[in-house]
Design a protein around this ligand. Structure first.
Ligand SMILES: [Zn+2]
Length: 469
């Protein structure tokens, strides 16, 4: 039999008996046994017709993931949660709460996890990565479910914070997709080794909540983390830009702008000098660099020399190290303004959103699982915004699955995206995204070697990233 072509149909005649274990023999002149597991190793699968009389031998495309019957049955369990997931997505959407105030979503999710037998821990200890101060993250939680034996610890990351105008980034759907995966896996943990830990991670928007959780060591002992984010397509392995934001305050000397201008020091002048200096530096930046800022406060009235000015600057780059260089540039330019005018200056930086350490093999597995479920447009992203998932990815192998809820080209943080995040039409994608990461987690629970491979790949990827800087 020729196995090199892409597809062969094996028609089984009366003289061929198919055995339950997947091999079959041909009686008569000689016996041929084909073992499906062995064929799989060779890169072939047999898909049997419903009546079991026709088997189609298919050469699997490079890297294609084929779901086993068991996995297909597992994937089908997602449908049973449709009502619950729709309700949770809707409730969080209808009660949008911004970073670190997400009491409603936190309460709701913890209730569901408790009811499902998870051990729920709330009021987690976070640590501010800049000040190193510990504080209580009262909208963060961990929900743990142990398997039937020791094994890998797999984390699911759920977000649920909103923007000022509501869930325009669809974090209500991240919580819902993660919940889908957790509920699917909950039924399996009785027969799987390891530990499933669901992290409720608040304050993604503007507060880098996960950075506080990383700093507190909350992810210690986790082997692999999986999460999702809605978008206009299905993708993994996308770039997030490392970013942080500076607030610069100048203090000058007030004086009557007409009667005694010589006695004044203009804080606004200092800000303008800094602004222009930063703009002039643009020519010399790497093409992935993003620098954006504005002056928030530049005086009150025309007849008083402005004694206070305040501005914000954000810097972003594809890696943490270059992003830090941009931050140094901002500081130099800011000091130039103070030096030139004699104004005092204070600069304070936000918590860093890290660029991701990518584990290509893990990203590939997850997107191929999505492909196997055939969810819609699968297409890699160009450069995007930033996420505190990057901070987690610096600690352990982490995969973020983008799932499509809008037509191509509609970006998060827009009115259109806000509408899609609340639409019932998005729920099938949420369920599929949950199913994809549940399937990935299930494979990881079952295969300690796979987990080890991803951890090794993660270390290599991280070292490469550090060396690049
Ligand atoms: Zn987001």
């Amino acid at each position: 039999m020729e196995l090199s072509s892409t597809q062969k149909t094996l028609k089984l005649s009366d003289t061929i008996e198919r055995y339950q274990n997947g091999s079959f023999s041909i009686s008569g002149n000689g016996e041929i046994k084909l073992d499906e597991a062995a064929l799989k190793v060779l890169g072939f699968v047999i898909q049997w017709s419903d009546d079991g009389t026709v088997g189609t031998l298919t050469k699997v495309k490079d890297g294609e993931v084929v779901l086993s019957e068991e996995e297909m049955a597992f994937a089908a369990t997602a449908a049973g949660f449709t009502e619950l997931i729709s309700a949770v997505a809707r409730k969080i959407y209808d009660h949008p709460q911004m970073a670190f105030t997400e009491t409603h979503a936190c309460e709701l999710l913890c209730e569901v996890f408790s009811a499902q037998g998870f051990e729920v821990e709330r009021n987690l200890r976070g640590v501010n990565p800049i000040t190193k101060e510990a504080w209580t993250m009262d909208t963060a939680f961990m929900a743990t479910l142990r398997g039937n034996a020791d094994g890998p610890t797999i984390a699911l990351l759920l977000e649920y914070d909103a923007l000022p105008d509501g869930h325009a980034c669809g974090h209500n759907l991240i919580a819902s997709a993660g919940l889908t995966a957790a509920l699917m896996l909950a039924k399996q943990m009785e027969v799987l080794p390891g530990k499933l830990v669901v992290y409720g991670t608040p304050g993604e928007e503007g507060k880098a909540g996960k950075a506080h959780m990383v700093e507190a060591g909350l992810f210690n002992g986790v082997d692999v983390a999986l999460t999702t984010h809605p978008g206009d397509r299905w993708a993994t392995g996308s770039d997030f830009l490392a970013t942080k934001t500076a607030t610069i305050v100048y203090k000058g000397v007030p004086s009557h702008a007409s009667a005694a201008p010589e006695k004044g020091i203009s804080a606004l002048d200092a800000a303008v000098i800094a602004y222009n200096a930063i703009e002039l530096q643009r020519e010399h930046l790497r093409s992935d660099a993003r620098v954006h800022g504005f002056i928030r406060d530049g005086g009150k009235v025309t007849n008083v020399v402005p004694d206070r000015a305040e501005m914000d600057w954000g810097v972003r780059a594809l890696d943490n190290i270059y992003m830090e260089k941009l931050a140094d540039m901002i500081e130099r330019c800011a000091r130039a303004g103070a030096l030139a005018t004699g104004a005092d200056m204070e600069i304070s930086w936000s918590v860093t959103y890290g660029a991701p350490v990518k584990v290509e093999a893990l990203d590939t597995l997850v997107i191929r699982l999505a492909e196997a479920l055939n969810p819609g447009l699968i297409k890699p992203f160009d450069v995007l915004g930033s996420s505190d998932v990057g901070n987690v990815s610096f600690e352990l192998p982490t995969c973020n699955l983008w799932f499509g809820i809008t037509p191509e080209g509609i970006m998060p943080h827009t009115k259109e995206f806000l509408a899609a995040s609340g639409a019932s039409e998005s729920i099938p994608s949420v369920l599929t995204a949950g199913t994809v990461i549940a399937l990935a987690a299930r494979r990881l629970f079952k295969d300690q070697k796979l987990v080890q491979d991803y951890k090794t790949a993660f270390e290599l990827s991280k070292q490469k990233l550090i060396a690049k800087g």
